[in-house]
Design a protein around this ligand. Structure first.
Ligand SMILES: [Zn+2]
Length: 100
């Protein structure tokens, strides 16, 4: 599961709920025959980690790791409250609110 980019966020109600560390895609309802990487590709082909297509981090270049780290930092500041997206910039946080 971790090699496919997922970590467990589930609770007693959804014990198999996992989330991608980069794109934030959440999946649950896992079947015994499911392949986590194939499910990630199927449900979130635009994920930067999926696009990199290197599950083994020892194969990452420094540039690839840095690009993923930037995506990870941005995801960390995505908020469910007022701001839809926080981005850190020069030690300050910028709040983005998207309108349609
Ligand atoms: Zn992902």
């Amino acid at each position: 599961m971790a090699a496919a980019g997922f970590y467990v966020i589930g609770d007693n109600n959804e014990p198999d709920l996992v989330e991608c560390f980069i794109c934030g895609k959440q999946l649950d309802g896992w079947e015994a025959h499911d392949d986590p990487w194939n499910e990630h590709v199927k449900h979130q082909s635009s994920c930067p980690f999926v696009k990199l297509n290197k599950q083994d981090e020892s194969e990452w270049t420094v540039h690839e790791m840095y690009e993923l780290y930037k995506k990870y930092e941005i995801k960390k500041y995505v908020s469910l409250s007022t701001c839809e997206l926080y981005v850190s910039f020069n030690y300050q946080y910028i709040c983005f609110i998207f309108t349609s």
